[in-house]
Design a protein around this ligand. Structure first.
Ligand code: FES
Ligand code: MG
Length: 590
């Protein structure tokens, strides 16, 4: 770095403070820094804006096509206000907005793109600390993965859930009720006009899905790790408390820079175990498994499927929030005390000494948080679902999924916890979709509906197809659930007897690729097992005859993802982004 002569006032400023990273851009009395300063002045700033002040990047995932983040256009101004109040210099840097409802084939394909973008924005620009604004499903892990790898002080501002849905005086929940009423429509139980009413009433405000989907799960996990202000993740997007939380986060990040409070000090092994315990108590989305494994690995911490299975046996589901819960939505959860109250209630499962963005421990943050409604956040002795019954998430292994697969036993009829039936196998979504509408399809409630080539590389990007649609024939006969199996993910707002994330996936030649219609598939949740009954010789014959499907992409981002995305049990991160891949990326020097 250029240690050349400084003007006297720059020198005085430097004496007052710790050395800031951004000073390498704004400080030196050389030609390059002249360029940085004159261009900042072009935007109307002057030396009082940057001198001695932490530069705070606000990574904003607002976009015109993301309804979950539509309030971020204004909310970023509240964050800026907080940064300015605390003596920082806020700079909004837009990052790709992964809008769950609109992106095809799936936002999951692009999570790692956001992670790379977040990391490189923070690395390449004069940034001392970061406020990460996300919430819609993959935006949370995407932003956090990037901030973890960059490891400068960072605080997470969750978008917050939208208001509860409403139609004809009935409460509607994101995702869960679209599927429920879609099946009712297919069964002829509601009219087209009813269906249109549901369409207009199910999403009524800015904010993320208000069931316990991936968004609410991941923002709660971010908070449980210690990366958000206490209680932040439960505040509804349009509540005035959300504005104040955003402003407080802006204020707090400036001090975090002064304290050099970086993600690496917060994201310890114990912090991730806390997050997993909280996720279990919430009855979390299955997607949490993939993201938390990826996040932990980025932090250099060995977290795997078994950590989830262990926690699910111990920690009861106490949040009565749909779809795992039966009744309430995130708005009710907030009024009942929210995440801080839930954490206080399960404090015996948490390491209360973990450091958080407040500079205080988890224990200090939550000690006064109370539950105001014991039906929404249940007492430990009256949970929604106990660990003995399978808990929130269960990891199954066997000859059909040697590297594991997952299931949400709390979300289906218990009769499917131990089940055997003939497989009905589909190689792709369109052929399955066509077949299930056929009312003469040879299918019984005991069948196991199977979709493969829907995993990380096959999907591609592991789309949320795992709640395979019920065959119309069974719907008409009055059935609403059956055992379903795939290498896909499912939306956190989904429900039913769905076995997901089968690893290795079919597309890369996992055993799932060799399953045939009519083979008997068995699962046993208590024994944590899943198997297919295929004699060894026959299995070997099928293996020898298998050929890998054609590549999905010849160029572009998809091609890169296909060459580098890991399997579901490893978090679907790109191999070259994991911390153990190679030497750390150097700081820009010139
Ligand atoms: Fe954005 Fe569900 S679509 S959180
Ligand atoms: Mg979702």
């Amino acid at each position: 770095e250029d240690a050349g002569a400084r003007t006297p006032d720059l020198e005085a400023g430097a004496a007052k403070r710790r050395k800031l990273r951004s000073e390498r851009w704004f400080g030196p009395a050389d030609l390059r820094s002249f360029g940085h300063r004159s261009r900042a002045m072009q935007m109307g700033y002057d030396s009082q804006d940057w001198e001695g002040k932490p530069v705070i990047a606000i990574l904003n995932t607002w976009s015109d096509i993301n309804p979950c983040h539509m309030h971020f256009r204004q909310r970023v101004e509240d964050v800026k206000r907080g940064v300015l109040e605390a003596g920082g210099f806020p700079l909004e840097l837009p990052a790709i907005s992964l809008s769950e409802n609109f992106m095809k084939p799936t936002t999951m394909l692009y999570r790692n793109m956001l992670a790379m973008e977040a990391e490189e924005l923070l690395r390449s620009y004069p940034v001392d600390g970061a406020v990460l604004m996300g919430g819609c499903d993959k935006t949370t892990p995407g932003l956090l993965l990037g901030a973890t790898s960059m490891d400068i002080p960072a605080i997470y501002v969750p978008a917050g859930p939208m208001l509860s849905g409403n139609w004809q005086g009935k409460t509607l929940g994101s995702g869960a009720d679209s599927w429920k009423y879609w099946d009712e429509l297919r069964a002829g139980k509601i009219t087209q006009a009813d269906w249109q009413g549901v369409e207009a009433g199910i999403a009524r405000s800015a904010g993320t899905c208000m069931t316990m989907g991936t968004a609410s799960t991941m923002t709660a996990i971010a908070e449980a790790i210690g990366l958000s202000l206490p209680g932040a993740s439960s505040i509804p997007a349009v509540d005035s408390n959300h504005i104040r939380m955003a402003k407080s986060s802006g204020r707090r990040i400036v001090d975090m820079v002064r304290e050099d409070l970086k993600p690496s000090r917060i994201q310890t092994h114990a912090a991730f175990l806390n997050a997993i315990a909280v996720a279990m108590a919430m009855g979390c989305s299955t997607n949490a498994i993939i993201h938390v494994i990826a996040m932990a690995r980025r932090a250099g911490i060995p977290i795997g499927l078994d950590d989830f299975d262990r926690a699910s046996r111990e920690v009861p589901v106490i949040a009565n929030v749909r779809p795992t819960g039966t009744t309430y939505l995130m708005e009710d959860f907030y009024y009942a005390g929210g995440i801080a109250a839930l954490m206080n209630r399960i404090s015996s499962f948490l390491d209360l000494t973990c450091l958080t963005v407040t500079g205080r421990s988890v224990g200090e943050n939550i000690k006064d948080a109370q539950v105001w409604n014991n039906d929404v956040i249940r007492p430990l002795d009256r949970p929604m679902f106990t660990g003995q019954a399978g808990g929130a998430l269960t990891v199954l292994r066997g000859n059909l999924a040697p590297d594991g697969c997952v299931m949400k036993p709390a979300c289906c009829d218990p009769k499917f916890h131990k089940h055997s039936g003939p497989a009905l196998v589909f190689d792709d979504y369109p052929s399955m979709k066509k077949a299930i509408e056929d009312e003469t399809l040879d299918v019984t409630p005991d069948h196991v509906l199977v979709l493969r080539n829907a995993g990380p590389l096959g999907g591609p990007g592991m789309p949320e197809w795992g709640m395979l649609p019920m065959p119309k024939r069974l719907i008409k006969e009055g059935h609403r659930d059956m055992l379903r199996l795939s290498d896909a993910r499912m939306s956190g707002t989904s429900y039913g007897a769905c076995v997901l994330h089968v690893a290795p996936e079919g597309y890369v030649g996992g055993p799932l690729a060799l399953l045939k219609t009519g083979d008997i598939v068995s699962i046993d949740v208590e024994a944590r097992s899943i198997s297919m009954e295929v004699p060894e010789e026959e299995f070997a014959r099928r293996r020898a005859a298998w050929t890998s499907p054609p590549p999905r992409y010849g160029r572009g981002y998809g091609w890169m993802a296909a060459h580098h995305m890991r399997q579901a049990n490893e978090g679907c991160d790109f191999d070259f982004l994991q911390t153990d891949f190679g030497a750390p990326v150097p700081e820009p020097v010139i």
